[in-house]
Design a protein around this ligand. Sequence first.
Ligand code: DAH
Length: 338
Amino acid sequence: MNDLEELVLEAAQRFQAAQTVAELEDQKARYLGKGGQITEQLKGLAALPAESRKEAGARINRAKGEVEALLVARRAALADAQMEERLNAEAIDVTLPGRGRARGTIHPVIRTWRRVEEIFRSIGFAVADGPEIETDWYSFTALNNPENHPARSMQDTFYVDLRDAQGRLLNLRPHTSPMQVRYARSHKPPIKVVAPGRCYRVDNDATHSPMFHQVEGLWIDENVSFADLKGVYTEFLKRFFETDHLKVRFRPSFFPFTEPSAEIDMAFESGPNEGRWLEISGSGQVHPTVVQNMGLDPERYIGFAFGSGLERLTMLRYGIHDLRLFYDGDLRFLNQFR
Ligand code: DAH
């Protein structure tokens, strides 16, 4: 083997040993660079006698060609290997199942809201919506709850330092009861309506939240009695809880806007809450002063009203013990209502 053949062999080994493009380029310089071994040999041709120059030149150029071919081949191999590595690292397994998109669900309280609307609609009630920012008059005064009267603290709300265009004091409504007067003033009897919505109070514990939901009910006509309240509300509860095994009782109470007033309690006849009385609603026969504020003659019109907590109804239906769970946004809780 002559020197040039040895040189090509050595270049082949060194190129093969190079593991990166940078290493390979370093090795290239060793042979083909400015001071590289093959370059030097080509320069040396000038010193050779003319008769051997041609043959020597041909041998060196052949060796140069071989080294160049080795270089190109190794470059390609390294590029392939690099690509291979990248493909493996970024591999996409098309046989994997898709990640799917998280589906939202109807919040349990809103689900109750919708069911309550549906049940009352089916027994002839209209559904109305009203403002959450309410005037002092509708929230209290119209409901026979005069300014500075201690009974106002029963529904203590957040007062905002705001007045409407007419200079009336505004608040976040503490109950849906303002809707009784609002609705009755814009409709003619017989008035039969439910008004679900958000309310606000200065309360915060396991069974009270500063924002909560109620549904107001009102039925006014010429001879609607307390017996109708009992009948309608008991029917509602049976449908809502999907059981006839329900005991309902009307316990005497006080509200400025009803006379007589009652709190509605219910008890399950079976299950974990068996025998326990649970309060779910305020109710009563609408006070004559309120009927008057509705723009109606209290000598002619009479009826009942109720206001029930939607969170309460939801808690009882699903056996939830802390109402704050409704507002935490915890998916472990919410996913149970899919
Ligand atoms: N608004 C009352 C409250 O939030 C509940 C209530 C009681 C509503 C009696 C009524 C009613 O319509 O007749 O405490």
